[in-house]
Ligand binder design. Structure first.
Ligand SMILES: Nc1nc2c(ncn2[C@@H]2O[C@H](COP(=O)(O)OP(=O)(O)OP(=O)(O)O)[C@@H](O)[C@H]2O)c(=O)[nH]1
Ligand SMILES: [Mg+2]
Length: 454
C-alpha cells in the first residue's frame, strides 16, 4: 500500500472505466481542492470554479501552458459532503481514446492531482462516514458480481443490509453490557446477584449471528455456483434430461446402451443459482477400454458433485443390483432419485424417487423445485441479507464464539468481570465488521483488493 493512501487532503484522479477504446471514458477525481485544481485545466474555468454541486459543464480540457485543446468533455461537479467520497469531486466524461485519456491524466497530474491507489475513492467515502465497512466491501462485490442474483444481493448489502442487522445485535448487547456494568459497579445492591441477569439477550444475539453466518454459504453459492451430476445406468435417460435442463439438443441421445462415453458439462442457472451440470457415461461393466476410461472419469465427477441426480429407467425398473446400489446411495444426502420415462409404460415409482419424463417434461418443474431446495436448504434469510465476505464471516464467528463464552460464564457463575471481557470481545468483533473498530492493516487489506478508480 502506498504511503500517502491515508492523506485525504491530496486531490486524486483515476480512470474509472476500463482501459480500452470506447465511446466514452470516465475519469474520476476527488479532493478538498479538486474543483479549483480542475478549473486550471478546463476551458471554462470560472464557470466551474464557482459551480454548485450536481452541475454539468461542457468544455475542453486544455494544457494551460500551451493553451492546446486536449479533449472535448463534460464535467460533473459534486460538492462536499454530497458526493461519493464526501469531498468535492469532478467526474470527467471524455472520449474513450487511449492517447486522449493518457493526455488528460498527464495534464491533471502536472497540475496538482496524483494517481489514486486501488480503492482510494471508496476508502475516502468510508473515512468520511459515507458508508460503513460492510458497505465499502459491497462496492467491490457489486463490481465483481457474476450473476444477476449476486448483483442484487450485493446491492442489498450496499444499501446497508448487513450494517442494519449487525447494528441491531450490537444494541442488544450494549444494553446487556450496561446491566452487567451496573452489577459490577454496585455489587452489593439488593437487586444484585449474578443470577438475576437474563441470558435471553445473549441467546437472541447468537441466533441473529447464526442466521447471518448461515447466509454466507448461500451467498457463496449464488456467486460461485455448484456442481450437479446426472448419474445412473445406461439408457436411463441422463442425456435426455441434460438436454432438457439446457433447453438445447446438446448431448447425443440414442436407444443404444452406452451412448455417452465421456462426461459433458455445461453451465445453467436454476432460480438464480449458477449450476455446473454434468452428463456422465452410463454406469455398467464396460468392456471397451474407451468406455471404461469414460466411466472412471464420470465416477470421479459424480463423487465430487455437490448434488447427484440419479436417473432410473422406469420402464425397466430396478434390477437386483441397482436395488442394492440405490439403497446404498439413499444414505447419501447428495442424491436425488428420478424415475424417468413416466410417459410410457412404467412400473410404479417408489416413494423416494421423483417421477419424470425427459420426453414430455412431466415432473420437470417439480424436479427443478426439489433440486433448488436441496441446494439452498431451508436457510434462506427472509429479508435477503446475505454476507459474502470471508472477513465478515470470520468476525461473525468470533463474536458468536465469544457470546458462547458469555453464556457459559453466566451459567457457571464465573465472575462478572470475565463475562464483561467476553462480551467486549463480541462487541469488538462486530465493530470490526462495520469498521468502527478497525486497524490500518485491515483497511489496507480490504481496499487494496479494489480496482483503481473505485
Ligand atoms: N419414452 C421415453 N423415452 C425416453 C425418455 N428419456 C429418454 N428416453 C429414451 O431412452 C433412450 C436413452 O436415452 P439417453 O438420454 O440417451 O440415455 P442415457 O442415460 O444418456 O444413456 P447412456 O448415454 O447410454 O448412458 C433414448 O432412446 C431416449 O429417447 C423418457 O422420458 N421417455
Ligand atoms: Mg447419455
Amino acid at each position: 500500500m502506498i504511503d500517502h493512501f491515508y492523506d485525504t487532503g491530496d486531490s486524486i484522479a483515476a480512470l474509472a472505466t476500463p482501459w480500452g477504446e470506447s465511446a466514452l471514458a470516465v475519469i474520476r477525481t476527488s479532493g478538498d481542492n479538486c474543483v479549483s485544481l480542475f478549473s486550471t485545466v478546463f476551458s471554462r474555468s470560472e464557470a466551474v470554479r464557482d459551480a454548485d454541486g450536481f452541475t454539468m459543464h461542457f468544455g475542453y480540457i486544455l494544457d494551460p501552458e500551451t493553451g492546446k485543446r486536449i479533449d472535448q468533455i463534460t464535467a460533473a461537479v459534486y460538492r462536499a459532503p454530497r458526493s461519493y467520497t464526501g469531498q468535492d469531486s469532478v467526474e470527467i466524461f471524455c472520449h474513450g481514446s487511449l492517447p486522449g485519456i493518457q493526455s488528460i491524466m498527464k495534464v491533471l497530474k502536472k497540475h496538482g492531482f496524483r494517481d489514486a491507489a486501488p480503492g482510494e475513492f471508496t476508502m475516502r467515502a468510508f473515512l468520511n462516514g459515507k458508508m460503513d465497512l460492510s458497505q465499502a466491501e459491497a462496492v467491490a462485490e457489486i463490481v465483481e458480481a457474476k450473476s444477476y442474483h449476486a448483483h442484487t444481493l450485493a446491492l442489498n448489502r450496499l444499501s446497508g443490509g448487513v450494517f442494519k442487522r449487525i447494528d441491531k445485535v450490537k444494541h442488544r448487547l450494549l444494553n446487556f453490557m450496561s446491566s452487567v456494568e451496573v452489577q459490577l459497579d454496585y455489587p452489593d445492591d439488593e437487586i444484585g446477584g449474578d443470577t438475576l441477569l437474563p441470558s435471553s439477550p445473549v441467546l437472541e444475539a447468537q441466533e441473529e449471528l447464526k442466521t447471518l453466518l448461515d447466509s454466507y454459504a448461500v451467498g457463496r453459492l449464488y456467486r460461485e455456483g455448484i456442481t450437479v451430476a446426472l448419474a445412473g445406468g445406461t439408457n436411463a435417460g441422463k442425456s435426455s434430461l441434460f438436454n432438457l435442463f439446457l433447453r438445447e439438443d446438446r448431448s447425443i441421445v440414442s436407444e443404444i446402451d452406452g451412448t455417452t462415453r465421456d462426461y459433458i458439462e455445461s453451465w445453467i442457472t436454476l432460480q438464480g443459482i449458477p449450476l455446473r451440470l454434468f452428463d456422465t457415461a452410463g454406469l455398467r461393466e464396460a468392456r471397451h477400454p474407451v468406455e471404461k476410461e469414460g466411466i472412471k472419469r464420470s465416477s470421479k465427477i459424480i463423487s465430487e458433485a455437490a448434488v447427484v441426480l440419479y436417473v432410473i429407467d422406469g420402464e425397466k425398473g430396478l434390477s437386483d443390483e441397482e436395488e442394492e446400489k440405490t439403497a446404498q446411495y439413499r444414505k447419501d444426502r447428495r442424491y436425488l432419485f428420478l424415475w424417468n420415462k413416466v410417459d410410457g409404460n412404467v412400473k410404479a415409482a417408489p416413494l423416494w424417487a421423483l417421477p419424470v419424463s425427459a420426453v414430455t417434461g412431466e415432473g420437470f418443474p417439480e424436479l427443478e423445485k426439489q433440486l433448488a431446495a436441496r441446494i439452498i436448504g431451508e436457510k434462506l434469510p427472509t429479508d435477503g441479507v446475505m454476507i459474502d465476505s470471508l472477513r465478515q464471516k470470520e468476525l461473525l464467528e468470533k463474536a458468536y464464539i465469544a457470546l458462547g463464552e458469555v453464556e457459559r460464564g453466566m451459567a457457571s457463575g464465573v465472575s462478572l468481570d470475565g463475562v464483561a471481557v467476553d462480551l467486549k470481545d463480541a462487541l469488538d468483533a462486530l465493530g470490526e465488521i462495520t469498521g468502527e473498530v478497525t486497524s490500518r492493516d485491515i483497511l489496507d487489506t480490504i481496499f487494496s483488493g479494489f480496482c483503481v478508480g473505485k
